[in-house]
Design a protein around this ligand. Sequence first.
Ligand code: PMP
Length: 416
Amino acid sequence: MIPGGVNSSTRYIGEPYAFVAADGAYVTDADGRRYLDYHAAFGAILLGHNAPVVNEAVRAAMDGVDLTGIGVTEVEVALAERIVEIIPSAEQMIATMSGSEATAQAIRLARAVTDRDLIIKFQGGFHGWHDAVARNVISAPDKAYGRDPLSKGILDQAVDATLIAEFNDLDSVVELFDRYPDRIAAVILEPIPHNVGALVPTKDFAQGLRDVTTERGAILVFDEVITGFRHALGGYQEVLGIVPDITTFGKGMANGFPIGGVAGRRDLMEHFNGRTGDVLMAGTFNGNPVGCAAALATIDHLASNPDFYTRTHGFGERMRQGLADIVTELDIEATPAGFGGVFALYFCKAPVLGYRDLMRNNDTAYVAFHRGMTGRGFLMLPMSLKRNHVCGAHTSEEIDRTLEAARDVLKELRTT
Ligand code: PMP
C-alpha cells in the first residue's frame, strides 16, 4: 500500500518499525517494546512526546476558526509577533507547512532580490528534499564534492546551480565568489550541520560568512530547522551573535505538529507581500491554526521555562563527556561531538571540523553503534553521520542508563 511501507525514503531502515504510542521521552512499538527516544522524529520532538501544554493548545485551536483560505487569524499574528520578538534576524515571518517549503522559498526570494542564479551550500548540509538543495548531503568519499544529486529526476540545471563548499573553510566559499562574480544569490547553511552529526562552526568562519555575503551582495540564509528553538530561544544565531538575512524554521518549532517558517529582514520579506511584492509565497495550509497554536505553545513554554536549556544542555554535555570517558577507557578511535542537547559519536579521531574530516569516519562502526543502542531500547537514528536529541522529558537517571548501555555496545563493537 505504501512504497517501502513508510511515508518517506529516509524512514526505511531494514524492517519498518510500527509505533502505537508515544509519551514524554518514550515511544512504544506494536510488539509492546518501549524505547527511550533520542531519534525524536528527526528532531521534531523538542519538549517530549505529547507534551500536555502543546496538545491542550492544539485542542483549543481545533474549536476555533479552522481554515478559511483568505485573510488571517489571531493565532497567526500572535505567532509572527512572537518570532519577531525572539529571533534576532526576524523583522517579519511567514509560516509554511514544512522545513523544505521554508528553504525553497528562502532560495527563491534570494534569487529574486539579487537577480542572480547560483547558490552555495555546504557538503553534508541538508535543507530539504527540493531540487535546489538536494545534492551533496551524505556522500561516499568518492562522491563528496562531486556531482552528487540525492535523487534521480532532478534537472541538471538545478544541480549545477547549487555550488558546494566546505564547512568551516571560508576560503572554499570565497573561491566560489571569485569564480562566479555577481552570480551567487545566497549562501545557505545549517549553522551547525546536524545532518552530518554536529560540526560546530568556528566564530571566525561564521563571522567570515556574514562579512563575505555582505561584501559580495549575497543573501545569508541560516537554516535553523534543527538548531532553532532547540539550542536557544533565539536560535543558534543568538549563540553566535551573528544576524543572517533570512532564517528558516521547522521541526521542533511546534513539538511534532507540522509547521515551518521563513523570517528575515523586512525589506526582503516584503517581496512576499501579495499586494506590492514580486515573489510568490503560497500554500493552502500556511498558517493553519493547529500548527500555529502548537508552535506558539511550544515557544511560550520555552520562554517561560529557561531551565529547559540548562537541563537539556547539561544532559547533552554529560552524554558527550560520558562517551568521551568510555572511548578513553576502551581505547576506541571515536570522538563525541554536539552542542546543547544534541550529541553524536564520530568514529574517527579529533579534530572533526568539516566534511573532509568526516571522510575518516568509520561508517560501519557508526551504524553498528546506533543499531546496537536501538536494539537495547534506546532509539537512535540508525544511519551514519546522524545526531541524537535530548528532549525536555529525559531524566538524569535515563542519561546514566544510556551511558551504561553505550559502554556495553562499544565494548562489544571493539571485540567484533
Ligand atoms: N533543513 C534542515 C536543516 C533539515 O534537517 C530538514 C529535515 N531533515 C529540512 C530543512 C527539511 O524539513 P522538512 O523535512 O520539514 O521538509
